[in-house]
Design a protein around this ligand. Sequence first.
Ligand code: ADP
Ligand code: MG
Length: 700
Amino acid sequence: MAQNIPELYGSLVFNDKVMRSKLPKDMYKALKKTIESGTHLELDVANSVAVAMKEWATENGATHYTHWFQPMTNVTAEKHDSFISPTGDGQVIMDFSGKELVKGEPDASSFPSGGLRATCAARGYTVWDVTSPAFIREGAIGAVLCIPTVFCSYTGETLDKKAPLLRSMEAVSKEAMRIVKLFDPETEATKVTASVGPEQEYFLISKDSFDARKDLKFTGRTLFGAPAPKGQELEDQYFGAIKENVGSFMKDLNRELWKLGITATTQHNEVAPGQHEMAPIYMAANIAVDNNLLAMETLNKVAERHGLECLLHEKPFAGVNGSGKHNNWSLSTNTGINLLDPGKTPNKNRQFLLVLACIMKAVDRHSDLLRQSASDVGNDHRLGANEAPPAIISIYLGDQLGDVVNQIIEKGSAESCIKGEELNLGISTVPVVTKDATDRNRTSPFAFTGNKFEFRMVGSMDSIAMPNITLNAIVAEAFDEAANELEGSADFEKACDEYIAKTMREHQRIVFNGNGYSDEWVEEAAKRGLPNLKSMVDATEALVSDKSIALFSKYGIMDKVELESRAEILYDTYAKVINIEALTMIDMASKDILPSVMKYTTELAASINEVVSAGADASVQKETLDEITVYLKEAKTALTTLKADQAEAEKGCVKCTAEFYRDVIKADMAALRTPVDILETLVDSEYWPMPTYGELLFEA
Ligand code: ADP
Ligand code: MG
C-alpha cells in the first residue's frame, strides 16, 4: 500500500491520471469533452473506457463491478456482477463491455417509488454518470469496481436523487452564465458549477454498548435513557483533545477516505460527549454528494474495525446535542470566479450584489422548499430545539454585509464597504491579524460565511442531494428572472442597481442577524409571515405545492408525477420509521425493562420482611418500593396505550397515517419514556437491563 499521502490519495479512484495513462489519446479527449462540456458520449468511447476501467480495476484486485446508485432512501444501492466470462473451453476471461458500463438493469420493484411502480413495470435502469468518478470499494467481500449511475424507471421517471441533482446543476449553470454575461459579455467562462463542502457530525460509542441496546440497533437512537450525571455543560468536549482510541479511528478513517479521493481535511471533537466532526474540502455538488454518502459508509466500516459504533442519527441521545450536516454551498465559473465572493468592496461589486439579491429572493420565496429539503425523521428532534437552527428559514448576513444591504434598501446604494479590521491583542509577541468580515452565527439556518452560504439545517444522516437540488433550482429561477429583466437594458448599470435595490427591499424580511434560538424570533418571524414548519410531515406538503411543481418542472428537474411520488415516499418513510421506533419501545419495555423492574421490586419486598423480622426499620425500603410502584404502573398504562394505538395506526392514506404517527404515536412514546427514565434512576443498577447514558457517552 502506498505510504505517502499524495500517492495514497485517490489510489482507488478511476481519476484523470488513470484515464490519461490507460486510454488511447483520442478516447481520453472524447471522454474529457463529455465530462467537461456535456457532449454526447459515443459507444466506441464507452467501449474503450470499459476496457481501461476493467484493466485498472482488476490490477487493483477487483473481481466484480456494480452500478452504484442512490435510490430514494438515505443510503446507496448496488448489485454486483463479476467480470468473469466463459470462453467455451472451460476457462474464463475477465471481460467488461461499454454496454455494461453505460447501462444496467436492476429490478426496480423493491425500491421506494411512491406510486410510480403502479403505473410502470418493475424494470428500472441505471445509467452511467460520466461526471462522477468510478472507484473501487474494498471490504471483506473483496474489491468491487463501483460505477456511479442515475436510476430511472422503464418509462423514464427518475427513481433516485442523482438525476434531479445533475439536472439542477445544469439549470443553475445555464442561468448563472446569463448573469455572468450581463457583466462580461466576452467572458471565457462556459459554465458555473455549484460546489459543496459538507461538514459531517457523528457520535462514536463502544460496539459492546451498542450491541447491548435494541433501540440503537433497530433505530439508530436511544428510545429510553435517563441523563448521565455529566453532559455537555462544562463545554469541555468541543475542540477538546482527541482521545487515543478516537484518534486512531480518525487516522484510519482519513486514510480510507483519501484512498477514495475524498479530501477529508478537518477533524475535531464536537459539543456533546462522544461527538465528532469530519469535513472534506469542497467539490462539485454531484461529487460532494457521492463522497458524503461514501464517507458515511466509511465511518461505519472503520468504526467497526476499532471496536466502535458510529451513530449518524440526528438525535441519538436526549438531552445532549444531536448531529447535523452543514452544507456549504457556492457557485464558481470554470474560469475560477466565485460568484459569492464579495471582494474587498462589495458595495461596488455589482455582480456580487445582484447574485446576493437573487439568493435573498430565492430563499424568501421558497423557504418552505428549503426547509423541506432538510427534513428527515430524525431531524425533527433538532430543528427548533435550541441546539440547531429553528425550523424557520432566514438568512444571516453578518453586521458588515447586513449594513451594505440595509443601505441599499434605504437609499438605493451603499457607501460602506467591508472593512478588513485588525485585531491587536497588545502583546508584542502575538502577531496582529485581520478579522473576517462576518462573525459566526451558530443559530442561523442559512448563513453567509465569507464567500459561500452555509445551510446549517441539514440532518447528519440525510443525503445532501435534496438540499442542493433545491438550492440550485431556486437560485436558477431567480437568476433567470433577473436576466430576463436586465438583458439588453439600455443603461445596464442603472437598471441593475434598481433591480438589486428593489429585490432586496422586497425580500428583506428573510434577513435576520439575531439569535435564531430565541422565542422573540419565533414571534417576529410569524409577524414577518415566514413559515415555521415544525415537522417533516408539515414540510412535505411544500414539495407538491403549485409553486414547487412550477419551479421544478420549468427547469426540467422533476415533474409533477415525480414530485408527488417523492412526497408519498416521504410520508410513508416517516410512518415506517416511527413505527419501528414504537415497536422497539414496546419490545424493550415489555420484555426487558418492566420485567427487570418487577424483579427488583420482588427483591425489595422480600428484603422488607427480612429487615422487619430482624427488628429493624424498613421504612426506606417501603418508601422506595412505593415510589417504584407508582412509575411502574404509569409505565404499564403508557405501554398499553402505545400498543393499542400502534395497532390502529394504518389509516389507508399515507399522509393521514404519517399525521397519526406524528400526533398520536410520538406522544404515546414520550409518555412511556418518562416513567421508564425515572425508574432507571430508582432501580438498583445491577437490575437495569441495558447500558446507561453514562456508559454510552463516556466509555467509548
Ligand atoms: P466551519 O469553520 O464552518 O466549521 P469547516 O472548515 O469545518 O468550517 O468546513 C467548511 C467547509 O466549507 C469545508 O468543507 C470547505 O471546503 C467548504 N468550503 C469552503 N469554501 C467553499 C466554497 N467556495 N464552496 C463550497 N464550500 C466551500
Ligand atoms: Mg466545522
